[in-house]
Design a protein around this ligand. Structure first.
Ligand SMILES: Nc1ncnc2c1ncn2[C@@H]1O[C@H](COP(=O)(O)OP(=O)(O)OP(=O)(O)O)[C@@H](O)[C@H]1O
Ligand SMILES: [Mg+2]
Length: 327
């Protein structure tokens, strides 16, 4: 397991990680979420002793990274797919890692095969696409057959087949009893992969909870009802103490009553329903809700460029100011 105790990192006057205390457990995939600049990569670097904590500590299976004799046999990580010598072939890159960690040479071919890079093993990695680089980074993480695995945005640049592959890989690694800690901004992907979540914002712990509880606690679930007898349905619901909110599209949104109860109620009063659909909130909604206050870098919305129906008002659209300055 990975244990963080009061982990803190300050860069000048920027507190990147602020007193994180939590435990990443084995046997499940734990997702690590937070807005841009929240401190995820910094936390992962401190786990690998690539950055020194200002305060606090990280222990991997009870040991500090520096105490590990052959670190790749304990913890494998993909933090930056570009962090390799571009002039080396994929095979030689992995061979270097293996030899410096007492890992047999035969393991190199094995992991290249696992990540699907056998056919380009002798090619220099600087010619690799982003997705190929990610696969090579994952091969490096798996090389020492470690019990702890860290992945910082591993699906970046992967094609749909690759995303599917890494999702299954992470789940398999966890089911073998390993500790798998993975950051990602792809919420739909995370919802399918992680069982547990650690969420941070501006360096502070915001949530350390199961995926199901996180979604339930940070978002709204309701049932959508649609009926040609809307007014009568509203009366029946009110009569049973159920509050329904009319939505703009003519449907009703009902909180606090499940689909079965609503269906039975409608049937008892012989009200025709055209729709009865439980609306499950998504991880993305829950994440946006929880982290709204700690998002540091907001984009400003601007009109989408495209064929304009008429003359554009002054200042409309992206780059107008720049064009003014440039002309
Ligand atoms: N080497 C560094 N020197 C100075 N500041 C840094 C350094 N590394 C990170 N920071 C700052 O620490 C904060 C956290 O950065 P970090 O890269 O850990 O965020 P993140 O959660 O990984 O973000 P993203 O989702 O964009 O990858 C940011 O404000 C960043 O500018
Ligand atoms: Mg990062």
């Amino acid at each position: 397991m990975i244990e963080l105790q009061g982990l803190t990192k300050r860069y000048g006057d920027k507190l990147a990680v602020d007193g994180l205390t939590c435990t990443v457990r084995p046997g499940i995939v734990t997702g690590f979420l937070g807005p841009n600049g929240a401190g995820k990569s910094t936390t992962m670097r401190m786990m690998l002793d690539l950055d020194r904590p200002t305060a606090g500590s990280v222990h991997l299976d009870g040991k500090h990274y520096r105490q590990l004799r052959d670190p790749l046999k304990v913890v494998g990580a993909l933090l930056d797919a570009k962090a390799m010598h571009g002039g080396r072939s994929a095979y030689n890159h992995l061979l270097c890692l293996a030899q410096s960690n007492g890992i047999p040479r035969a393991r190199v071919a094995e992991v290249l095969d696992t990540v699907g890079l056998t056919s380009v093993a002798k090619k220099r990695s600087k010619g690799f696409s982003l997705g190929m680089g990610q696969r090579l980074g994952i091969a490096g993480a798996l090389l020492g057959d470690p019990q702890v695995l860290l992945f910082d945005e591993p699906v970046n640049g992967l094609d749909p087949e690759g995303i599917h592959w890494i999702r299954n890989l992470m789940k398999n690694l966890a089911s073998q009893g390993r500790t798998v800690f993975v950051s990602s901004h792809l919420m739909s992907e995370m919802a399918l992969t992680a069982e547990h979540l650690i969420v941070i914002g501006q360096g502070r712990l915001l949530a350390d909870t199961s995926m199901a509880d996180f979604i339930a606690q940070n978002s709204r679930s309701y049932v959508r009802l649609r009926s040609p007898e809307r007014e009568r349905l509203l009366d029946v619901l009110a009569g049973s103490g159920i509050t329904a909110v009319p939505a703009g599209d003519g449907s009703l949104e009902v909180d606090g009553a499940d689909g079965a109860r609503l269906g039975e109620l409608a049937a008892r009063h012989q009200i025709v329903l055209h729709e009865l659909s439980p609306q499950q909130a998504s991880l993305e909604e829950a994440f946006m809700q929880l982290t709204a206050e700690s998002v540091e870098y907001h984009a400003h919305s601007a009109p989408v460029p495209g064929p304009a129906p008429g003359p554009q008002p002054p200042g409309a659209g992206w780059g107008t100011d720049w064009q003014k300055k440039g002309s």
